[in-house]
Design a protein around this ligand. Structure first.
Ligand code: WTA
Length: 712
C-alpha cells in the first residue's frame, strides 16, 4: 500500500460507526486461467516494463503515452492542471479535433479499409461496408448540414438514434464542428429523451424514423413528438427535428412530419453533396459529448466528457486492454446509446483506425446462433459484450457457438459482475479456449476502463475484474476513509485515488452535484489542490483479494443494474408516484437469471383507493412513458403498508429480502415490524403461484440484497 493512502488513514475521523459496507466476507477464490502463448506473442502490451511506465511515481506524465496515440494540432504544455479541484484539466494548451482523429488521419494509409461494417437486423439484408473514405464523405456532408443550420462549437444537440451507421456519422459530424452531442439510448421513451433535451438546452433533436428490433420495424419518430412536448413542458423549445430515414427516400413511420419543424436528413444532404468542412481545432478541455446516467435523485446526470483527455484515454485503453490493432475486425455488441458504445464502438476503435462492426438488432434474432454467424461471416476476431448477453445466449443456445467457424483472440465483458459459471461457458464455448477474456469494470463517469488486467500480462480469474488499469491507483476504503487492506476479506467502497484523462469533467449544469456525489465523501480539505486529497468515490462496493484483484459487488447507492443498465430507484419511484392512487412507492432489485437484476416495485395506496382500480397497469404505463420499456418492473406489489424505521424511512433491504426469499435480517428497529410477515406472505405466495421459486443466491448477490438502500 502506498504512503499517501496510509497518510489518509491516519487523518481519518473515528466517529462514524462501522457499516455493512465493511462487513466481512469469506468467499471462495476462483482459479486462474493464463493467457494463451499465441495471444501473448502478438499482444500490444506483453512487456511488463509498461507497468513501471505507469507506476505512481510517473503520474501524471505516464498518460503522455495515451495522448501520443492521437494527432494534435497543438501539443499541450501542462499534462494535468489541478488548480481548481476536483475539476481536473488534462493536456492543457493542447488542441485537436476528434473527428479528424477518428477519420481524416487514417485516409492516407487506409482510405479503402472498412471503418464500419453495419449488419442490419433482417438477416437477408446486405451489410453496409463503410470505408474510411466513405465515412469521411458522410461525416463532412452531414457536418455541412449542421453548419448550415447555424450550429457552432459549444452548442448541444440531442440524438435519439438506434444502432445504424448514421449514428456514428452524426456524432463525428458534431465533433467535427465542436458541437456537443448528447445521444439518448433509442429504447428510452420520448419523455426521458425530452427531459435530457431540456437539461442540456438542445435546440435540435436528431432522430430516425424507424428501426428493426426483434423482427419488427418500430416507429421511432413517434418518440420525437413526445420528446419535443416533454422538453417544452420543462421550458425548452426544440426548433428542428432532423429525421434520418431507415430507408432513404421512403418514410417508414406512421407519425406525420410536423411542418416547419421536422426535416428529412436525406433531403438536406442533397444540397451538400461532396461538401468538405474543415475540422474545428478544439481545446483539449472542450466538451466532446454528454452522456446521461441515473443517480440517487430523480434528475439524471449529464456526464460531460472532454475532447483531448477522453479521446486519449479510450484510444489507450482500446489498444492495451482490447488489444485492438489496425488490421483487426472488432465487434462490440453494446448499443452506442450507452457509454460502452461511445468509447468502445466509436471513439476508441476509430481513433486506432480499426474496423468496427455495428449490429442493429437483438442478439438472439432470429435465433441464438446469430452473433456467431455474424462473427464467422465477417471474420470478427475481437468480441465485446455484457454478462446479460452471455447469460441469454447461453440459456437459449448453449451449443450454438460450436456450430460456427469463428475464432476470437480476445473477448471483453462489461457492465455487471459475471458469475464464474457464466464466465467459464464464455471462455470454453465462445472463446473456444483460445481467447483471453478481459473483464472491465468502469462507469459512464469514468469514460473508459478503470479496473481490469492487461490481457497479455495477467492471468484471468472468473468473477474478478482484475487489478487496477494502467495509471489508475484503486483502493478500497471503509466508511471513515481508512483503507481496507487487500486479502483482509472485508468489503468496502472502491475509489480511484487519482484523476485520469478519461474522467468526466462535471455534471452538466450541476457542478455542486459533481463534487458532492463523487468527491465529498472522502475529501478532507476542500481547498487542497493536491490530487491526493480527492479520491473519486465510484459508488460501488468491492473486495480485493490477496493477489490484488478486485471483485466488484455492485452499487452501494440507489441504483439498480438491470441488464448492465443503471436505473435510478428514485426515477422509478417518482414515476410510480405520479399515479394518482399511489401514496408510497419503493423499488428494489430482484436477482434475475438472465438480466442480472430486475426491478420489483412495492406500492402503498392512498386511503380510500383499492387495488382493483387498475393501479398496477397505471404504474407500469407511467414507468414506460417516463423512462422506457427496459425499466418495466418484473412485479408490482400493492401492499398494506411499507416497513419503516421510526423516522419514517422505508427499509428497502427488508422488502428486497422478501422479494428475493432471503432472511429479512434485523427488524427490531422498525416502527411497524408486524407488517413484514404480512408482506412476506402476500408476495411470496403470489410468487410461488407464478412459478417464481426461491433460489440460492451467490455471495455477491446476497450481499447486495442484505445491504440494499442502507447507504442513503
Ligand atoms: C457496474 C457501464 C462488475 C458497476 C460501463 C458500475 C460492473 C456500473 C462492471 C456502471 C464489471 C460495470 N463488473 N460491475 N466489469 N462494469 N459494472 O455507467 O456497478 O452503465 O458502477 O457503465 O456498472 O454502469 P454504467
Amino acid at each position: 500500500m502506498s504512503e499517501d493512502v496510509q497518510g489518509q488513514a491516519a487523518e481519518a475521523s473515528e466517529s462514524s460507526e462501522s457499516s455493512e459496507a465493511t462487513i466481512a466476507v469469506h468467499w471462495r477464490e476462483e482459479g486462474y486461467y493464463p493467457p494463451p502463448p499465441k495471444f501473448i506473442g502478438q499482444a500490444n502490451a506483453s512487456d511488463p516494463a509498461i507497468l513501471d511506465r505507469f507506476a505512481e511515481a510517473n503520474f501524471p506524465e505516464c498518460f503522455r503515452e495515451y495522448a501520443d496515440l492521437l494527432e494534435w494540432d497543438e501539443y499541450w504544455h501542462t499534462t494535468l492542471d489541478t488548480s481548481n479541484p476536483p475539476f481536473w484539466k488534462w493536456f492543457v494548451g493542447g488542441k485537436l479535433n476528434a473527428s479528424y482523429n477518428c477519420v481524416d488521419r487514417h485516409l492516407a494509409r487506409d482510405r479503402n479499409k472498412a471503418a464500419l461494417i453495419w449488419v442490419p437486423e433482417p438477416e437477408d439484408a446486405a451489410d453496409a461496408v463503410i470505408t474510411y473514405q466513405e465515412l469521411y464523405r458522410r461525416v463532412n456532408e452531414f457536418a455541412a448540414v449542421l453548419q448550415d443550420l447555424g450550429l457552432q462549437a459549444g452548442d448541444r444537440v440531442t440524438l435519439h438514434m438506434p444502432m445504424v451507421p448514421e449514428l456514428p456519422v452524426t456524432m463525428l459530424a458534431c465533433a467535427r464542428l465542436g458541437v456537443v452531442h448528447s445521444q439518448v439510448f433509442a429504447g428510452f421513451s420520448g419523455g426521458a429523451c425530452g427531459g435530457r433535451i431540456a437539461d442540456s438546452g438542445s435546440k435540435f433533436l436528431i432522430t430516425m424514423d424507424a428501426y428493426y428490433r426483434s423482427g419488427d420495424l418500430l416507429d421511432h419518430k413517434v418518440k420525437a413528438d413526445e420528446a419535443v412536448e416533454a422538453a417544452r413542458k420543462e421550458g425548452q423549445e426544440v426548433e428542428k427535428v432532423l429525421v434520418w430515414r431507415r430507408f432513404p427516400g421512403q418514410y417508414s413511420a406512421k407519425t406525420p412530419m410536423v411542418e416547419g419543424r421536422d426535416v428529412f436528413v436525406d433531403e438536406l444532404l442533397a444540397d451538400h453533396r461532396g461538401a468538405v468542412v474543415e475540422p474545428v481545432s478544439m481545446p483539449a478541455e472542450a466538451p466532446l459529448f454528454l452522456m446521461y446516467t441515473s443517480g440517487t435523485t430523480g434528475r439524471p446526470k449529464g456526464c460531460q466528457h472532454s475532447t483531448g483527455g477522453y479521446l486519449s484515454y479510450v484510444a489507450g485503453t482500446s489498444k492495451f486492454y482490447q488489444d485492438i490493432r489496425p488490421d483487426d475486425t472488432y465487434w462490440c455488441m453494446a448499443d452506442i446509446g450507452w457509454i460502452t458504445g461511445h468509447s468502445y464502438i466509436v471513439y476508441g476503435p476509430l481513433a486506432l483506425g480499426t474496423t468496427s462492426v455495428l449490429y442493429e438488432g437483438t442478439p438472439n434474432y432470429p435465433d441464438a446462433g446469430r452473433p456467431w454467424r455474424i462473427a464467422e461471416r465477417l471474420g470478427v476476431n475481437i468480441f465485446h459484450t455484457s454478462p446479460t448477453a452471455i447469460r441469454m445466449l447461453r440459456k437459449v443456445g448453449p451449443d450454438e457457438p460450436a456450430k460456427y467457424d469463428f475464432h476470437f483472440k480476445a473477448m471483453t465483458t462489461v457492465g455487471e459482475p459475471i458469475e464464474p459459471e457464466v464466465y467459464r461457458w464464455y471462455y470454453k464455448f465462445v472463446g473456444k479456449g483460445e481467447a483471453i477474456i478481459t473483464d472491465t469494470w468502469w462507469q459512464t463517469e469514468t469514460g473508459g476502463f478503470l479496473g481490469t488486467g492487461l490481457p497479455g500480462l495477467y492471468a484471468m480469474k472468473p468473477g474478478s475484474c482484475g487489478p487496477a488499469a494502467l495509471g489508475i491507483y484503486l483502493a478500497i476504503l471503509d466508511e471513515n476513509g481508512d483503507p481496507i487492506p487487500k486479502g483482509s476479506g472485508k468489503a468496502g467502497n472502491i475509489v480511484a485515488r487519482n484523476p485520469w484523462p478519461g474522467i468526466f469533467q462535471t455534471i452538466w449544469g450541476q457542478p455542486e452535484r459533481f463534487v458532492s456525489t463523487y468527491f465529498a465523501k472522502y475529501n478532507k480539505d476542500k481547498d487542497s489542490t493536491d490530487w491526493h486529497d480527492w479520491p473519486y468515490f465510484a459508488g460501488d462496493g468491492a473486495v480485493q483479494s490477496e493477489d490484488g484483484y478486485f471483485r466488484i459487488l455492485g452499487r452501494v447507492d440507489d441504483v439498480i443494474n438491470v441488464a448492465g443498465h443503471r436505473l435510478g430507484t428514485k426515477e422509478l419511484e417518482s414515476s410510480a408516484l405520479s399515479v394518482e392512487e399511489v401514496a408510497e412507492a419503493a423499488a428494489v432489485p430482484v436477482v434475475d437469471d438472465v438480466r442480472g437484476r430486475a426491478v420489483e416495485m412495492y406500492i402503498a395506496l392512498k386511503p380510500g383507493y383499492s387495488a382493483d382500480s387498475g393501479v398496477e397497469t397505471k404504474v407500469k404505463t407511467a414507468i414506460e412513458t417516463d423512462i422506457g420499456k427496459i425499466a418495466r418492473p418484473k412485479n408490482i406489489w400493492i401492499v398494506p403498508d411499507m416497513p419503516k424505521t421510526r423516522s419514517g424511512k422505508i427499509m428497502r433491504r427488508v422488502i428486497a429480502s422478501v422479494s428475493n426469499f432471503t432472511d429479512v435480517g434485523d427488524i427490531t428497529t422498525l416502527a411497524n415490524p408486524e407488517v413484514v410477515d404480512k408482506i412476506r406472505d402476500q408476495v411470496q405466495s403470489a410468487k410461488r403461484a407464478k412459478g417464481e421459486e426461491p433460489r440460492e443466491l451467490s455471495e455477491t448477490e446476497a450481499h447486495e440484497i442484505k445491504t440494499y438502500g442502507e447507504q442513503e
